[in-house]
Design a protein around this ligand. Structure first.
Ligand SMILES: Nc1ncnc2c1ncn2[C@@H]1O[C@H](COP(=O)(O)OP(=O)(O)O)[C@@H](O)[C@H]1O
Ligand SMILES: N[C@@H](CCC(=O)OP(=O)(O)O)C(=O)O
Length: 367
């Protein structure tokens, strides 16, 4: 951690806001002190900050997190401005600029948007700016919401090729069960998913403003570590110690190697808009030969989707084997199914030499 040059730091709502619903000036101030210190020492920081909904509650006269999506989105709209305003003035007082980055799932799964996001982060960091990321809660619909910033932070860590991910919360470490329960034991290090099998994350946090609890933090740690990025989970007031590599929090060791980033978004952050049922030969070609999906191997189209959308690719029994970005609209496909590309081109023209899903835009989920 101490040698990680580019670090993604995620902070949860419960560590930034008061239980009554408003930004806590002392805690946000202490966090900015730490992160500004890091940036001024030459390290690169991307901050993924929750708290928009919580920060928007009291200005709207709401005493608790609303249940309906529209009011949550309204609160996020009010709160996000207040939150970024606060970051701008606090970092600004230390001579640093912040840049707001609001992401939806779509922005980072579609190839062009993904490249754009990658480029923008790179440029912001080159310019010495501290990117402050959140989900674009105000426009994200139920279907396309990440819903939790823990997984968003893990995916951002991939996107920016971070050396480490720090998840800051109101709890000082991962425990075998919610630490408020008797008998819960603290866990210092996690070396792989086996060690997490017995962890109980079913009891939610105390403040009532966080969303995912420990479940999404473990999932985020799994996404990052499986692609080679170490993760530390610590309490927000231990941020400086965690970033210095001191012995605080829980360290999740990398379990895998880095992989092409965009495919991780596809696997972990997208909800398929439809499904294609493949014959056994096509499943084999995708899974074993890493081939592209051609019309000849598709037997059925389910759902309504547009070219560029994520779809599930299923075996003859309906089980999902892969997910990919489809190159045709749902209504274009039925006449193409089971047919060879050369015949389609001869009959329908050049545009029909497209693969249904190109191998660079698909990720195998089951073997
Ligand atoms: N096994 C566990 N170990 C640690 N904390 C747990 C566990 N299970 C549940 N929790 C709860 O998860 C909370 C953190 O999640 P959450 O409130 O969503 O935080 P944040 O707002 O930081 O994302 C902790 O305060 C704790 O009460
Ligand atoms: N995007 C939402 C936060 C969602 C979220 O993951 O919250 P938390 O569990 O506090 O990290 C917001 O800014 O209110």
């Amino acid at each position: 951690m101490a040698t990680a040059h580019r670090v993604v730091v995620k902070v949860g709502s419960s560590s930034l806001t008061t239980a009554a619903g408003g930004i806590d000036p002392d805690r946000i101030g202490a966090l900015v002190d730490t992160l500004a210190g890091l940036r001024l020492a030459g390290r690169e920081v991307v901050l993924v900050s929750s708290g928009a909904i919580a920060a928007g509650l009291s200005p709207l006269g709401l005493s608790a997190r609303p249940r309906d999506l529209a009011t949550q989105q309204a609160a996020a709209s009010v709160g996000q401005g207040l939150l970024v305003g606060r970051y701008t003035s606090l970092f600004g007082a230390r001579g640093l600029e912040v840049g707001q980055v609001l992401l939806t799932v779509d922005d980072v799964t579609r190839k062009s948007n993904y490249r754009n996001a990658y480029r923008t982060f790179g440029r912001l960091l080159e310019l010495g700016v501290v990117p402050v990321v959140n989900e674009n809660d105000t426009v994200a619909t139920q279907e396309i919401r990440f819903g939790d910033n823990d997984r968003l932070a893990a995916l951002v860590a991939h996107l920016v090729h971070a050396d480490a991910l720090v998840l800051l919360s109101d709890v000082d470490a991962l425990y075998t069960a919610n630490p408020r329960l008797p008998g819960a034991r603290r866990i210092d290090e996690v070396h792989g998913p086996d060690e997490l099998a017995a962890i109980d994350t079913s009891v939610a946090g105390s403040a009532g403003v966080g969303t995912g609890g420990m479940t999404t933090k473990i999932s985020a740690a799994g996404i990052a570590t499986s692609a080679g990025i170490p993760v530390v989970l610590a309490r927000a007031d231990q941020a400086a110690a965690a970033l210095a590599g001191d012995d605080v929090g829980t360290l999740f060791h990398p379990t895998g190697k880095r992989r092409p980033t965009r495919l991780l978004w596809l696997a972990h952050a997208t909800d398929a808009r439809g499904a294609l049922i493949l014959d056994a030969g096509a499943v084999n070609a995708l899974v074993r030969r890493k081939a592209s999906l051609l019309p000849a191997g598709v037997v059925e189209v389910r759902g309504s989707f547009s070219a560029g959308d994520p779809v599930n690719l299923c075996g003859p029994d309906g089980a999902v084997v892969a997910r990919g970005l489809v190159n045709y609209d749902a209504q274009e496909l039925p006449v193409l199914l089971g047919r060879h590309t050369a015949d389609l081109v001869a009959e329908l023209g050049e545009g029909y030499d497209r693969t249904v899903v190109h191998r660079d835009a698909l990720v195998v989920l089951a073997r």
